[in-house]
Design a binder for this molecule. Structure first.
Ligand code: MG
Ligand code: MG
Length: 263
């Protein structure tokens, strides 16, 4: 069952999504060689709670932390730990917040210190594919037009699209119908209409699309150990456009100030 949102509900989801955006901005201030994912997770949790939210992932299905922190060959759902980051790491940071009854969800992939040109290109294409998908998320289009756009753009650049994990509807629940795959056939799937709120989140691999599940029950890794990138926005389909409810502005303001990589 798909829950279409009223304008007022969309404003609440925007509120939550902007708290996620600002939380990712806090992470951006501190992500550098030597810091650990557990330290960043603590900063994020405090920031979320200080601003009237609840970390959506903490306790979700038993997940132990507030952020999913997935370095390098980890695709998503990495559990924060005590391993210090080193220059060259590629870190997907995924954050969800519950505030006033509604969820927001967004992810950003950060470069730690200096990363290779190959990794920069993977980050850039993954982020661009997200915006290309959002660009076709218009009323009257089909859900898999988004999927097709992301898939063809990434494959054209020689990358592969994870099949096991997908985007999702979002609102009063963190994960609602419909599923939003990052691969699919143009012109198929649900007809998009005003009030649909979804999280679009390409998970793009440098090598094989195949993934393996970690023994911890959470961590998803690429099967060949090559890097993977992940960007996510929560968006609403409006009368004549797709509106992004989350934002990378907070993150990128900080990265700019720190002279860090923005792809
Ligand atoms: Mg997410
Ligand atoms: Mg999500």
């Amino acid at each position: 069952m798909i829950y279409y949102k009223t304008a007022e509900e969309i404003e609440r989801i925007r509120d939550s999504s902007l708290l996620v955006a600002r939380t990712l901005g806090e992470v951006a201030k501190h992500i550098e060689p030597g810091v650990t994912s557990l330290q960043l997770d603590k900063i994020a949790e405090e920031f979320i709670r200080d601003h009237g939210g609840v970390p959506a992932f903490k306790g979700y299905g038993g997940f132990p932390n507030s952020l999913c922190m997935s370095p390098n060959e980890q695709v998503v759902h990495g559990i924060p730990n005590n391993v210090p980051y080193v220059s060259g790491d590629l870190i997907s940071v995924d954050c969800g917040v519950l505030k006033d009854g509604f969820y927001g969800d967004s992810a950003y992939t950060f470069a730690v210190g200096e990363v290779t040109e190959e990794i920069k290109q993977l980050m850039k294409v993954t982020k661009e594919s997200l915006y290309r998908g959002i660009g076709v998320a218009l009323p009257g289009k089909r859900l898999h037009d988004i999927s097709y756009e992301i898939q063809t753009y990434c494959e054209k650049h020689g990358y592969s699209v994870v099949r096991e994990l997908v985007g999702h509807g979002i609102g009063r629940n963190l994960h609602e119908s419909p599923e939003v795959p990052n691969f699919g056939k143009r012109g198929s799937g649900l007809k998009l209409q005003e009030g649909l709120v979804i999280a679009i989140e390409p998970m793009i691999n440098m090598g094989t699309r195949n993934v393996v599940h970690g023994k911890d029950g959470w961590t998803i890794r690429t099967a060949d150990g090559k890097p993977s990138a992940h960007f996510e926005h929560t968006i609403a389909i409006q009368k004549d456009k797709a509106e992004i409810l989350s934002s990378f502005e907070y993150v990128e303001e900080v990265l700019k100030e720190r002279n860090a990589l923005i792809v």
